[in-house]
Design a protein around this ligand. Structure first.
Ligand SMILES: Nc1nc(=O)c2c([nH]1)NC[C@@H]1CN(c3ccc(C(=O)N[C@@H](CCC(=O)O)C(=O)O)cc3)C=[N+]21
Length: 285
């Protein structure tokens, strides 16, 4: 039976360490790291994530602000808020919860965030820095995955890593982070032929497609590390990943559960980026 990579436990350790560091930061500089979370509309799932971000800020000792705007907010209004937060000294990190309503151009909003406050690492400047390998922030979900792999004591050098999914938020940056650790990386997506033949050779599989329980044991190599980034709500309200946990766990050496795997790590990495942003701000970096 596979070892479970417990994202809840690892994220708690990360947050505890950040709490200690934050105490020292506050003592030294007399200010708290500050995060602004912006949410437009009232998607219940988004609501849940925003609440966990606020809770994590309180737990670690950050200042946090929530800006909950109505669905009818215009692009111009949202841009004005971003500009205001860019210029606000109390705020070191800005997170605009995605997805945004259809009438707002997401790219425009992301481009308006000061890259130094872009704790999601979605701004093109930060995306470019990640590709070069010289970065301030890592994107939260891929960074959380790397932290779990690291925690499991896995050396990625020369390993066959397969990322399924090519989103700008997860798949593409994930592949880059694995590459930085000297893995041989394959990216699969909806147009890939014979996905199963490819994943069956993966020493490490990262599933990020958004299809409930697609990857059963038949997709998994014996002894593989299986990381499930999926978050799918079934009709019975149960939250499941992209991996069929039961059957995949029979083949894997290590596997992340959903919930309690990558999700909590995403939030811990957001908190890490917020402290980094605050440190850079006080150092004038
Ligand atoms: N600008 C932006 N940045 C994001 O980082 C961002 C975003 N927009 N939009 C939505 C997604 C999703 N996301 C999650 C964070 C934590 C959990 C999490 O903690 N999940 C719990 C379960 C939560 C539940 O029960 O619903 C777990 O997996 O154990 C999940 C999903 C961040 N996102």
């Amino acid at each position: 039976m596979a070892k479970i990579l417990d994202g809840k436990a690892v994220s708690q350790r990360v947050k505890n360490a950040l709490k200690d560091e934050t105490e020292k930061f506050v003592e030294k500089y007399g200010i708290k790291p500050g995060l602004a979370v912006v949410i437009v509309g009232d998607d219940p799932a988004s609501r849940v994530y925003v609440n966990s971000k606020k809770k994590a800020c309180a737990e670690i000792g950050y200042y946090s602000e929530e800006h909950a705007l109505p669905e009818s907010t215009t692009e111009g209004e949202l841009l004005s808020l971003v500009e205001k937060l860019n210029g606000d000294e109390k705020i070191h990190g800005i997170l605009v919860q995605l997805p945004l309503p259809k009438h707002i151009n997401e790219e425009k909003i992301i481009n308006a965030i000061n890259p130094k406050k872009d704790v999601d690492a979605f701004h093109p400047v930060n995306v470019g820095k990640i590709m070069i390998g010289n970065f301030d922030f890592l994107p939260c979900t891929p960074a959380g995955v790397m932290e779990l792999i690291n925690e499991a004591g896995i050396d990625l050098t020369g390993k066959n890593c397969v990322v399924v999914g090519r989103s700008n938020i997860v798949g593409k940056p994930q592949a880059m982070l694995l590459l930085h650790k000297n893995a041989t990386v394959t990216i699969c997506h909806s147009k890939t032929k014979n996905i199963k033949e490819i994943t069956k050779n993966a020493d490490v599989l990262v599933a990020a497609v958004g299809r409930a329980q697609m990857f059963d044991g038949d997709y998994i190599k014996d002894g593989a590390v299986v990381i499930d980034v999926g978050m799918n709500r079934l009709e019975n309200k149960k939250l499941v990943g992209d991996v069929d946990f039961e059957s995949a766990a029979k083949k894997a050496s290590c596997i992340t559960p959903v919930p309690g795997g990558v999700g909590p790590m995403t939030i811990a990495m957001l908190m890490k980026n917020t402290l980094t942003a605050a440190k850079n701000a006080v150092l004038g970096k």
